[in-house]
Design a protein around this ligand. Sequence first.
Ligand code: ADP
Length: 651
Amino acid sequence: VTRPSSPSAERVAALEAELARLRDKERMYRFSAELSARLVWSADPTGKLTFLDYPFVALTGMAQDGGLDAGWYGVVHPDDRAETMALWQQSIATGAAYLADFRVRRADGTYRLTRSRAVAVRDDKDAIRCWYGTTEDIEDEIRTEEARREAVERLRESEDMHRHTLEMSQQIAWTAEGDGSGLVMSARYEELTGRGGSQDAQLSIHEEDRDRVTATWAESLATGTPFAVGCRLEMKDGSYRSMRVRASPQRDDQGRVLRWYGVTEDVHDQELAERARRDVEARYRLAVQATNDAVWDYDIVQEAIDWSDNAGAIFGTGDAPVGRTSVGWWHERLHPEDRERVAESLRAAIAGTDTRWSASYRFRREDGSHADILDRGFIIRAPDGAALRAVGAMSDVTEQHRTQSEMRRMQAELIHVSRLSAMGTMASTLAHELNQPLTALSNFISGTRRLAEKPEVPREVLTEALGGAEAAAQRAGEILRRLRTLVSRGTVATVVDHLPQLVEEACVLAFIDAQALGIRHRLELDRTAIWVRADRIQIQQVIINLVRNAVEAMESSADREVVISTRAAAGSMIELSVADTGTGIAPDAIETLFSQFMTTKTGGMGIGLPISRTIIEAHGGKIWAENREEGGAVFRFTLPRAKRREIKPRL
Ligand code: ADP
């Protein structure tokens, strides 16, 4: 007999089924809550927690019922409590949805950030029946979120940095599809060229470069090899600048080209600088060739020398470059008499602190002859002072020396000739002057003979007469001797000399006809300015020149006087002056007197003063002329003062 189910039993079964369904649902719900680390709770309208699910225990270590009522409040981080409670109370009071983030203490004592939400459940009369809420752990989420934000920030920074670097380096960045289509240029391109990215990029490339660039690009596209090309780009203002364009392909796993990334870089200034450097180098090379200098670069550490290409010309080894040699190679070619001195001076310069070194020496050529070398170098040192390298140039001054000695020879010749010519013009005067003592001599001798024939004449008278003859003969001899010394070539050498004596000797010849011409002369010699370094004959020639000029300038003067004076001058010099009462010098001639062959005399040669200047300057002195206030001219020259010397008797 099947008894019909009692309604109550049916109801119980229905209820149980409903319960089972609910339990399943609840379990599912709880699992999902557990999976999502979310705990579920409910509260009454006054905010007291009436239900907390299992994860609360797992999360906080607190007994499940410990969290009920206001118990949960105990696991909220003390710093977050006030705010959390305020938010909760606010929702309770207004019925608005609750949302609060706060930290919850876990079983292990650490805090995790959680987010609680709750909504009010209302009855038919809209009164709040209860609250349903969830609390979830958002620590990881926030951490991840923060990490993501940071990553994005870093990415943006790095992008910024790249963008700034690109901008600073004036580079245009660009990218294109694997097949070269879809070219995208950075904003810099438009800034520079004035052309928008959508316009044909080729248009900015210089017409002459365009085909080459296109062909190279096509080849890179076809082969997938990096693209590099130089070209000129037209700028906004119509000018062209040199650019270097480069691009590399980005490939996928199979090696297929996905994209091209490129930069176009302004190398205009760089190129100009490079060209300038090449120009300088070329100029320097040409200059080196032009000077005939053998330029060397001495590697002190390696003990090796690199020679300039033209060095072979000096060394007589022909046109083939000398290249690199050992130091010994150079050393061995130094003239034996110079070798030790030169090698030692270089050694000393390198060991010391000098940065410059120079030496003159003879250097053996390939054919065995010697070149006169002037060698100058610059020593390059490490910060600690150790010499690393020296660079320099060997100048071949053989020819120069030859010309110089030739010049000196010719000058000596000229000085000699001028002396002869001066003597020539003085010859008749000299003859006349010699005539005087000779006439006097013959007069004395014939007179003495007459006296000697008379026995009554005392011997003393005879002796006196003979003395006069002797003096006249001596005077004639003196004139001849001076003349011979002056005219003879002799060797040119400066010695320490006694200036007053030198002047007095010169005056014997210079004033030879003075008396006849009605000329007075006076010497005002400073007895403290005595010793000079001079070539006696040459300085006497200068004095004679000056005195003869003075004498000639006074021809038409009423008062005729020459004063020769000496005095100490600045800079360890002694000054000698010859002053006259003649016509003086035309003011416009004063400057050129000594440098041009200028004469105001018929039969004059105008070489006296230039020669005098040559002689004085060769002695290290100066010569100049002034007009005197009281009329007439004064010529002055200086000679270097010398240290005192024992007077050697002359004559
Ligand atoms: P020269 O005596 O053969 O003319 P110089 O070179 O000795 O050659 O002199 C050049 C010129 O300088 C003279 O012609 C003269 O005009 C001028 N001169 C030289 N010394 C004097 C002087 N003491 N007074 C005036 N003029 C002078």
